[in-house]
Design a protein around this ligand. Sequence first.
Ligand SMILES: Cc1cc2nc3c(=O)[nH]c(=O)nc-3n(C[C@H](O)[C@H](O)[C@H](O)COP(=O)(O)O)c2cc1C
Length: 209
Amino acid sequence: MNDTLPKPLNVQQAIEERRSIRDYDTAPVPESDIVEMLRLASLAPSSSNTQPWRFVVVTNPDLRAKVREAAYNQRQFATAPVVIAVIADADDMIGSLEETAHPNMQNDPAALDRYINGTRSRLEKLSETERQHIASEQSVYAVSYLTLAAQSMGYSTSVMGGFDGEKVKALLEIPAHAKVAVLVTLGRGTEPGFPHHRHALERITTFKR
Ligand SMILES: Cc1cc2nc3c(=O)[nH]c(=O)nc-3n(C[C@H](O)[C@H](O)[C@H](O)COP(=O)(O)O)c2cc1C
């Protein structure tokens, strides 16, 4: 074991320390670290394990500059070496049910059929907008995992909803039916971010004892 490597933060520490960071060291992030963060993000839960999230990782400087423009020139894009577009793709979610079926089901044709055809027909009854809404809602779980995985590994992030979705889709060649759920900037942060400022727990929690 290499004692010189920083220890990953545990979940509690990563949650405490994560803040939206809008200024970064411009040094590239090793692709192996990005892959590990995305692997951890992909372990997030989803309804019926449908995993509607897809990731587009943008490190190319010219493309990053164009994405920045489509995101109203928000300052976090000026220095972030990586931008990750989290895509919610309801069509690919329905089209990949054979892949997302739990391996146990392979020995149980009735359960497999219920999963694939039952889930497909349930989703196909919904409107395109409703399906896309479900896919976007689910993708948020992967975004949360991604930000905490990055934090745990010594990186900072900023999640953004402020961008022109159609422009970002065109730039990143994302299929017309899919939705850009959020953009996430990623890198080594060079500012502390704002201290946490949250509702008091009593304001948002009720115990029914
Ligand atoms: C879905 C979502 C969209 C957001 N959009 C933006 C954005 O477009 N620009 C921005 O600077 N911050 C954006 N934020 C960051 C929030 O402002 C930030 O999370 C919040 O103020 C709490 O601060 P913290 O993340 O530092 O704890 C967004 C956060 C989320 C979760």
